[in-house]
Design a protein around this ligand. Structure first.
Ligand code: ZN
Ligand code: FE
Length: 256
């Protein structure tokens, strides 16, 4: 099986659009549909026909392209069962443990409530690809709109059990701002300092920071490092639960 071709680009202002294409079957998948015009232009440029959309959650900046793209390409739309009533054009509702397929490859669904109540992530185990949208960002995590911090902590705890070399595509280019916050709670982390410098240079050059890897996130993303003694000391939360440290960090990020 030839590897999937991946096209990633930014649309709206900071949303990532990701397209996966299988050359053998011609199938093409969009992870979320932030902007129908931008996605159509990229598809046409590459000569790809959209066959599938995998929706992660109901926010407008992730589903606004669903109906226009479906009208144009008659693609299948998969999305979270907990948000089935508010995902435009939904054909197939999926939840925790469901197995999908895309171009002969199995895709697992993780329910990751927190940012929204029904948010899901898609995992291609064979390709070591994970699509986390607004649950896990490079050096950050999604804002808590619909579920408490303890739920989001559970959600992230599921994702960190995947292999370190898993490539992660996320929903927004917030990486530099996330890195600045990360430094505020984890100031003596040498890997983090180096990464933030590298990200600043990349963004200066107009380049993207996606994808990341789980291994790098485990070393630099403070929301995955709540057990770290230096971070706990910094927050004066040496004996708190992981979920409480996570919650405090998320609260500080909201007003950073
Ligand atoms: Zn969102
Ligand atoms: Fe979003």
């Amino acid at each position: 099986m030839a590897p999937l071709e991946i096209a990633v680009f930014i649309c709206r202002s900071d949303n990532y659009a990701v397209l996966l294409h299988d050359g053998e079957t011609g199938r093409t998948l969009a992870i979320d549909a932030p902007d129908a015009d931008a996605i159509t232009a990229e598809l046409e440029r590459r000569g790809w026909q959209l066959t599938d959309i995998f929706t992660t959650h109901h926010h407008k900046d992730h589903v606004e392209g669903n109906l226009p793209l479906k009208a144009r390409y008659d693609c299948r739309i998969v999305g979270p069962v907990e948000e089935a009533l508010v995902i435009p054009g939904l054909d197939l509702a999926v939840g925790e443990g469901d197995e999908l397929e895309f171009a002969g490859r199995p895709v697992a669904v993780f329910e990751t409530p927190g940012h929204t109540a029904g948010h899901i992530c898609y995992h291609f185990a064979g390709e070591k690809l994970l699509f986390t949208a607004d649950t896990l960002f490079a050096m950050g995590c999604g804002r808590l709109f619909e579920r408490p911090a303890s739920d989001m902590w559970q959600s992230l705890s599921k994702l960190v059990t995947l292999p370190d070399d898993t490539e992660i595509y996320f929903g927004h280019e917030y990486t530099l701002a996330n890195g600045c916050f990360a430094l505020s709670v984890d100031p003596d982390n040498p890997v983090l300092k180096e990464r933030v410098e590298a990200v600043a240079a990349l963004r200066e050059a107009g380049e993207y920071t996606a994808p990341t890897t789980l291994g790098l996130e485990k070393k630099t993303n403070p929301f995955l490092r709540v057990a770290d003694p230096a971070i706990r000391a910094h927050l004066s939360m040496e004996t708190a639960t992981d979920a409480d440290v996570f919650g405090e960090m998320r609260r500080q990020k909201d007003s950073f």
